[in-house]
Design a protein. Structure first.
Lengths: 346, 212, 346, 212
C-alpha cells in the first residue's frame, strides 16, 4: 500500500520549530484545546471536525456558518457563539474543508429558519461549500451563500478566480450573526452580509512567511528588508516585493488602493480594522493603526468603529492588513449588538 | 484488451502510488505559486481511496470510479478535491453499467471528466490549470480510439499528450486558481494541478499496459 | 555635545524588520495608536506617557495602577478600563518607567480612596515604583504596593533579586481591579492582590528571541531545534537550553515545576492561563492548552476558569507560558466581575 | 587642586561622552546577561543631563550633583536609574554647600554614593553588580585621600581600582539584578553596571586630570 511507502513525515523529520505533536493531527489537537478552553461557548463535533455553538441548534433562528482552511485563527472557530457564528468548519491547514464537513455543520445548527453560508472567495472553498449547499438543499434545508471577496490586491475580472476573501470576513460574520440573533430571516441576513462585502475593501502585507506544518519550510522567501505587498492569508506569495520602508509608508501603500477602490469619499463614516497576520506584535499593530487613523482623517473620513488585533491570521506570519468598511447606521447597530465568542465579546 | 473493474482499481492504486511518490514535489510546486498543499491534498485523498478499497470491491468500472470520486470529494478539500471528484463522477456516469471499457469508451470517459472539470471550475484553455492537460489528453485519447487503439493504447496516448501539456503550462500567466493571485509572477512555473493530472494519467496508462 | 557624536541609530541603520518609523519614538507612536483606537476607554497623558482610564479619577474608589517596560502588550496598557486598571505606566521597551511617570499616573487617577500599585518584581520596577510611592505619600495620597513574583523558573531566596513577575500579573490586575470596582478599600484590594500572588505560579519557554527596536538584533540566539526553558519576558535568556521536543513534553516541562512549587494538590480548583509570548500562533497555543487541561486532570485538579491568548508578551518572541492560580469562591467571583478594557472584556 | 561646580559639570560632560561612546558595548554586555538596555538607559539619562545643563548652571558641586541625580532618576528607568540617581543624591548631600571639594571630600562623596546604592539595592560585594566596583573604588579613594592626594588624584586612584574591579566581576555568578535569573550562566561575562561605573569613574578622573 502506498501509505507504507510514504510514512507521514513527523515534526522532527521536518525540523519544525512549533509547539505541536504531529503535523498530521495538528488541527484536531488544536480544536480539542479550543473546546476544552470554552466549554460554555462551543462544542467540537469530531470527524469531520466542526465547531458548533454550545446551544445549537437555535430553534427558529437563522444559522450562520462559515469555515475554510485552518491556520487563520481566531477566524473562524474563535467566532462561534451567540451573536456571530453557529458553526465553523475548519479544514486542514490552508485547505478548504470538504463538502461533507460543511454538510455536517449545517445539520448540527439548522434551526428550521435556514442557513447562511459565508464563504471566502477561493476556488477550493467555493467549490466545496457549493457542493455542501446542494446536498443540504436536497435535504430540504434553505441555504444561502454569500461570497466574501474584499482583497484589492487581486485584480477583479470575470475571467479570473476573482478577489480573495480576507479581512472583511470577520466583519461579515459579526454583522450577519447579529442580524440572525435579532431574528432577521435568511434572505435579509444574506442581503446584509452582501452589503458588508460590497462596502468593504482590504489590503495586506507580510514581513515574514508562515511555515505550514506538513511542509516544514516557509511558504516563500524574503530578503532582510523585503516585504510582500498584497499578501494573501494562505502563505501564497503577494503581488509584489518591495523594500520595507517606514510604518508611514507601509500604511499608505495599503490604504491608498483600498481608498481608491470602492471609492471611499470625504464624509464617509467607516469601520477601520487593523489586523495582525499573526506574528506582528501589538506594539507595531497599534502604531500602524494610529497612522491609519491619521491618513483617513486627511481624506476626510470619519472612523466610527475600530477593530485592532490578530483576527485574520496566517499562522505565525508577521505582517498586517487594513480593512475599511463603509458604515451606515444599520451596520453600526449590528456591529454594536452583543457578541459572545472566544475571540470577540461585548 | 478492455478495461474491467479490477483494471480501474489497479489504475487507482497506481495513481495513489505516483501521488505518494511525488507528494513533496507537488507541495513544492504549489509552494512556488500557490499555498503549498497540492501534494498533501492529493496524497490525503488517494490514501483515503486506498483505505476504502481495502473494505469494498466495486464490481463495475463505474462503481470503482464513483467510489474514488466520492472519497476524493470527502477527503481532499481545496480546489483539486471537487474538481478531480467531479471528473471521476462524470466519468462514472459515462461508463454506465458496462462491465468492460474498450478504447472508445475510455476516450469518452476522459472527455466526460474534462467536461465536468470545466463545468465546475469554469477554466478555459490557457488559464494554467489542469484543464490545460485534460484538453489535449482527451483529444489524443479520442484520436487514438478512432485509430482503433484498445483501452491501454488510448490511455498511453492520453498520458503522452498530458506529459507535454503539463510542461507547456510553465510560461503561462495563471487566470484561475490560487496562482492567479500572483499575476505575472505565476509565469515560469508548471501548474501543480496540471502536473498531478499528467502524473495520474501516466500511472493509469502504465497500469493498463502492464495488465494488458 | 555628546548627542552630536552619537546620532540615534535609525530603523534602516539597524536593519530592523518591523512596522515602525523610528526606534526612538516607537513607544509613543504605539500609544498614540492605542489612544486613537479606544477613545471610549482611555486617554493618553503625554510626557511622561501614562495611559489613563477615560473617566479617571473615579471619586471614592481605590485606583489600581500598574506599569513597567513596554513590549509586553496588551500588558499593561490594554488592561486600562472599568473593572481593571485606572492607569498603566509604560516605560521604554523592556525598561521600567521612571518615578515621575508613575507619580503622574497616581496624580491622574487618585480618587481620594488610595492607590494600589501592582509592580512586577524586577529591581528596576521595584526601585522606580518605590520612589514614586514615597513621593505620592509625601503628597498625602495613601499608596499600597504589591509585588508580583510568580515565576518558578527563578529560584527564590532572600539573597537574590527574587522571582520575576510574569503571567500572574494579568490575574492580579483583573482581581484587584474588580475588588476596587466593588468598593473594597485599599487595604482590602492589596490583600486580595497579595493572595493572588501567593497562590499563582508560572513558567515560560521561548522558541525564538525578540528583537528590541533600539538594539536591532535578537536578544539571544537559539539553534534550529533549541528552546529556552524558564524564559523571562524581557528577552533575558532563560534558565536552560534544551531540544524542543513535542508539545506534550513542552507542556509537562512547564507544568511540573509549577505544580510542585505551591504545591497544587488533588482537589484544588484552579485558573489555567495559557499565554502566548507574542509570536506563537493561536493554533499552537490552543493545542498546548488542551494538553495542559489533560495533565491537570491527571493530577486531580479542576480547571474552573481559563485565559488563553497573547496577554503577557515579549514583542514578537515565539513561545508560551503557563500560569496556575489556586481559586476560591471569592477569587472566582472577582474574576467573573465585569471588565471593559481593550484586551479583556466581559 | 580642588573640585569646583564647573569641574563637576565638566566631569558630567565627560561621563556623558564616555557613555555615548560605549552605548553599543553596554547594550551588548546587557544583551548577554540581561535585557539589552543598559547602554540605552545610560545614554538616554546622560543626554537628558546634558540637555538640562544647557539651560542651568549649578553654582556648587552639590547643586551639579543633585541636578544630575534628579535628571537621571526621571529619565533612565530600569535598575540603574534609581541606583545611580541615589548615589549622586547622597553624594550631593555629602558635599553640603562647599564651593570646592578637596581630596578627602571627594573620597567621602564616593563612600556616600556607595552607601546610597547599597541602601537602595541591598547588593553585597560579590553579587556581580556596580557595588563590586564602587566598594574597591571608594576604598582606593579613601586611601589616596589619606595619602594626601588632591581631588584629581583621589579620582585617579578610584578609577584605577574601578577598572580592575569591573573586570573582576566576570567569573562571578550574579545574585542581584536581572543577570541573577541566569544563575550559573551569568558567569563568564562582565556586569554591565560594573562596567559603566568604571567607565564613568575613568571619565571623571580624566576630566579632573585635564583641568587640574
Ligand atoms: N477553476 C479551476 N479549474 C480547473 N482547475 C483548477 C481551478 N482552480 C484550481 N485548479 C487546479 O487546482 C490546482 C490546485 O489544487 P490544490 O492546491 O489542491 O487546491 P488549492 O488551490 O485550493 O490549494 C491548481 O494547480 C489547478 O490546476
Ligand atoms: N540590586 C542592585 N544593586 C546594585 N546594582 C544593581 C542592582 N540590580 C542591578 N544593578 C546594576 O544595574 C545594572 C543593570 O542596569 P540596567 O540594565 O540599566 O537596568 P535593568 O536591569 O532594569 O534593565 C546591572 O548590571 C547591575 O550592575
Ligand atoms: Mg489549499
Ligand atoms: Mg494549493
Ligand atoms: Mg531593563
Ligand atoms: Mg538592562
Amino acid at each position: 500500500m502506498c501509505s507504507a511507502n510514504t510514512p507521514f513525515r513527523g515534526k522532527e523529520a521536518l525540523g519544525l520549530k512549533k509547539i505541536i505533536n504531529d503535523p498530521a493531527t495538528v488541527v484536531q489537537d488544536a480544536l480539542r484545546g479550543l473546546a476544552a478552553a470554552h466549554p460554555d461557548l462551543l462544542r467540537l463535533r469530531a470527524d469531520p471536525p466542526v465547531v458548533v455553538r454550545a446551544d445549537a441548534p437555535v430553534r427558529g433562528q437563522v444559522a450562520v456558518v462559515s469555515g475554510g482552511g485552518s491556520g487563520h485563527e481566531p477566524l473562524h472557530t474563535g467566532f462561534v457563539g451567540p451573536g456571530m457564528l453557529d458553526a465553523a468548519v475548519p479544514g486542514p491547514v490552508f485547505t478548504s474543508p470538504t463538502p461533507d464537513a460543511v454538510q455536517a455543520a449545517i445539520g448540527e445548527v439548522d434551526g428550521g429558519a435556514g442557513v447562511l453560508l459565508l464563504v471566502k472567495n477561493y476556488t477550493g472553498d467555493v467549490l466545496n461549500f457549493e457542493t455542501a449547499a446542494e446536498l443540504a438543499e436536497a435535504d430540504g434545508i434553505e441555504v444561502r451563500t454569500v461570497l466574501v471577496d474584499d482583497d484589492v490586491a487581486v485584480r477583479d475580472s470575470t475571467h479570473t478566480a476573482g478577489r480573495r476573501g480576507v479581512g472583511a470576513t470577520v466583519l461579515v460574520e459579526k454583522i450577519a450573526g447579529a442580524a440572525a440573533a435579532r431574528g432577521a430571516d435568511v434572505r435579509r441576513c444574506a442581503e446584509l452580509a452582501q452589503r458588508v462585502v460590497a462596502q468593504a475593501r482590504s489590503m495586506g502585507m507580510a514581513l515574514t512567511a508562515p511555515t505550514v506544518p506538513h511542509v516544514g519550510e516557509p511558504s516563500f522567501e524574503l530578503g532582510a528588508q523585503e516585504v510582500e505587498i498584497g499578501i494573501g492569508i494562505h502563505g501564497e506569495p503577494g503581488r509584489s516585493r518591495e523594500p520595507l520602508g517606514s510604518a508611514e509608508e507601509v500604511v499608505r501603500r495599503l490604504l491608498d488602493p483600498v481608498l481608491q477602490d470602492l471609492p471611499f469619499e470625504t464624509g464617509d463614516e467607516v469601520l477601520l480594522y487593523t489586523n495582525s497576520m499573526g506574528g506582528t506584535p501589538q506594539m507595531e499593530l497599534y502604531l500602524a493603526h494610529g497612522i491609519a487613523e491619521r491618513v483617513l482623517a486627511e481624506h476626510g473620513l470619519t472612523v466610527r468603529r475600530r477593530l485592532v488585533g490578530p483576527f485574520t491570521t496566517s499562522l505565525e506570519m508577521q505582517g498586517m492588513s487594513l480593512t475599511l468598511l463603509k458604515l451606515d447606521q444599520e451596520l453600526v447597530d449590528l456591529w454594536d449588538s452583543p457578541v459572545h465568542t472566544a475571540a470577540l465579546r461585548w | 484488451m478492455s478495461c474491467t473493474a479490477d483494471d480501474v482499481v489497479a489504475a487507482l492504486r497506481a495513481g495513489a502510488d505516483v501521488v505518494a511518490a511525488h507528494r513533496g514535489e507537488l507541495v513544492e510546486m504549489d509552494r512556488e505559486i500557490g499555498d503549498a498543499d497540492h501534494g498533501e491534498n492529493m496524497d490525503r485523498g488517494f490514501r483515503a481511496v486506498m483505505a476504502k478499497l481495502d473494505t469494498s470491491s466495486p464490481d463495475t468500472p463505474a462503481a470503482a470510479l464513483k467510489l474514488a470520486a466520492t472519497v476524493l470529494i470527502s477527503s481532499v478539500g481545496g480546489a483539486s478535491g471537487p474538481l478531480y471528484g467531479t471528473a471521476l463522477l462524470r466519468a462514472a456516469s459515462a461508463a454506465g453499467d458496462a462491465a468492460e471499457l474498450d478504447g472508445p469508451a475510455v476516450a469518452a470517459l476522459l472527455q466526460s471528466g474534462l467536461d465536468g472539470v470545466v463545468a465546475r471550475g469554469h477554466a478555459e484553455l490557457g488559464d494554467k490549470t489542469m484543464v490545460d492537460v485534460l484538453v489535449p489528453a482527451a483529444e489524443a485519447a479520442g484520436n487514438a480510439a478512432e485509430g482503433g487503439q484498445d483501452s491501454a493504447g488510448v490511455l498511453r496516448s492520453a498520458a503522452q499528450a498530458a506529459q507535454e501539456a503539463a510542461e507547456n503550462t510553465r510560461p503561462l500567466v495563471a487566470r484561475k486558481g490560487r496562482a492567479s493571485y500572483l499575476g505575472e509572477r505565476s509565469a515560469g512555473h508548471v501548474d501543480p494541478g496540471a502536473r498531478s493530472t499528467a502524473l495520474l494519467l501516466g500511472a493509469f496508462a502504465e497500469s493498463a499496459g502492464v495488465r494488458s
